[in-house]
Design a protein around this ligand. Structure first.
Ligand code: ATP
Ligand code: MG
Length: 441
């Protein structure tokens, strides 16, 4: 019924003229646009095509933020775009778009497209299976997710073209889906994660009609292909506001795997520390490795797996190794962590027990490990979580910077290891042989 209702509505809306805001009616100036994007727009214009900056960049500029990148939308097809530039490549199999290389920049240029709304284009949950039909600019606006993501800025006239009321929504700091929310979430459940992520990242309020269906539709998240799910999960963890975003994701129960991972106070506290570190690093312009972050989110699961094996009488070293395997096989799979990250995660984990080995040549060998820095940062988070003694992380902080003589003195007085990585202090004393984890883990 809803579908019939929109299909009756749509043809009129495609014909609808946009509301055009001229330069006196908004805050975006052409000089805020990267030179490379300007060149591409001008070239398309002079070849007789329409070309606009679109999507996140227009939204971010209106909100006074620096855009990550400048995407361009045009009525030219990829075959028409390509010959206009010296270095342009048609990419994508499903929907083809053009990457224009200018200097160090790559500008993404896509042709206006429409979303098919007929029955065969969706699966039994209403998910759109294809998204690859060219269309008019009005159709291109309507197939986008949120009104504030569907604004078109022409840097030559400094006009904003708005088909969906996005300008008013940006001004009201409102994040609102285009079209009927339930249908739009069903078409692409990733939009639910995007809603939560963009609201938290940009400090916007989700419109009540866009918020209402979230919990009810959360189960649709199961139908998202793993690679796409991981990409979005990674985006929300690296949004710069991960703590808030994860809290919202859990409030709407969008990622059940998070609940499974963070189901004890200890796990929750450790994740909180990791997310706060991530947000703080991003705030000062440092990079964050996604593998590191996933290593942290999965660590409490690893500890649980290890403890279960210790309880069953397994020796600490094999218990730790087996726990790493199980955690990667079971929990990392739920989060769709790609293989290429799993190796790095394993290295960061594997070095943890070795920090407790402070005799002889071992600390020197540890310093030479390629993942030493990441593993050391990880150790500091564990110390902050009181899982290992602060003394251990401060010792390593000092040891890294010390000269040879100081290092020798430090080695002579370093406490002997009592236990394997992250063992609970009470159990440590009994299983003192767990120190051996270090060399084998
Ligand atoms: P970010 O700042 O995180 O990049 P963004 O809105 O630019 O946010 P992109 O993934 O770069 O996100 O998408 C670019 C544009 O494509 C969006 O602004 C939106 O118009 C459109 N878009 C992206 N994802 C979807 C989706 N799932 N459904 C409909 N339109 C989408
Ligand atoms: Mg973007």
């Amino acid at each position: 019924m809803i579908r019939q209702f929109i299909s009756r509505l749509l043809p009129q809306r495609f014909k609808k003229a946009p509301r055009i805001y001229d330069a006196t009616q908004h805050n975006i100036r052409a000089d805020a646009i990267d030179e490379a994007a300007l060149i591409v727009v001008r070239r398309l214009h002079s070849a007789g095509f329409q070309a606009f900056i679109v999507g996140g960049a227009v939204r971010d500029l209106m909100l006074g933020r620096r855009p990550k990148d400048f995407d361009i939308a045009t009525d030219a097809t990829p075959e028409e775009i390509k010959p206009l530039f010296r270095r342009a490549f048609i990419i994508g199999r499903r929907f083809r778009l053009v990457h224009v290389h200018t200097g160090h920049d790559v500008i993404e240029v896509s042709t206006f497209r429409s979303s098919q709304t007929d029955e065969d284009a969706t699966d039994e949950h209403g998910r759109l299976l294809s998204d690859n039909v060219y269309g008019t600019q009005a159709q291109d606006a309507l197939r986008r997710d949120f009104t504030i993501n569907a604004l078109y800025f022409d840097p030559e006239t400094e006009e904003i073209w708005d088909y969906v009321g996005g300008v008013n929504d940006v001004r009201a700091h409102r994040l609102k889906l285009i079209g009927p929310p339930v249908t739009r979430y069903r078409e692409d459940p990733v939009r639910m994660l995007r809603a939560v992520r963009l609201a938290a990242k940009l400090g916007l309020t989700l419109a009540p009609t866009s918020e209402a269906p979230l919990i009810k539709l959360a189960s649709l998240m199961r139908n998202i292909p793993p690679a796409r799910l991981f990409e979005e999960t990674q985006k929300l963890l690296l949004s710069g506001n991960a703590q808030e975003t994860v809290a919202q994701v859990r409030r709407y129960q969008l990622l059940p795997s998070f609940d499974a991972l963070l189901d004890t106070p200890t796990a929750e506290r450790f994740a909180g520390i990791a997310l706060a570190h991530t947000d703080a690093r991003l705030k000062i312009g440092k990079t964050v490795s996604p593998a590191y972050l996933f290593a942290a989110l999965l660590w409490p699961a690893l500890i649980r797996e290890r403890d279960a094996r210790l309880e069953a009488g397994m020796k600490p070293a094999p218990a730790f190794l087996a726990a790493m395997d199980t955690t990667l096989e079971e929990h990392a799979k739920m989060l769709a962590v790609p293989r290429r990250f799993q190796g790095i995660i394993r290295e960061i984990w594997g070095l943890q027990p070795r920090f407790e080995q402070r005799q002889g040549q071992r600390p020197f060998r540890l310093l030479e490990q390629p993942r030493f820095r990441a593993a050391y940062d990880f150790l500091c988070m564990r110390a902050e979580n009181r899982e290992v003694l602060r003394e251990l992380s401060t010792w390593w902080e000092k040891f890294q910077k010390a000269d040879d003589d100081t290092r020798k003195a430090m080695l002579a007085t370093a406490p002997k290891p009592e236990a394997g990585s992250g063992s609970r202090p009470r159990r440590r004393r009994k299983k003192s042989q767990s120190a051996n984890v270090a060399t084998s883990a």
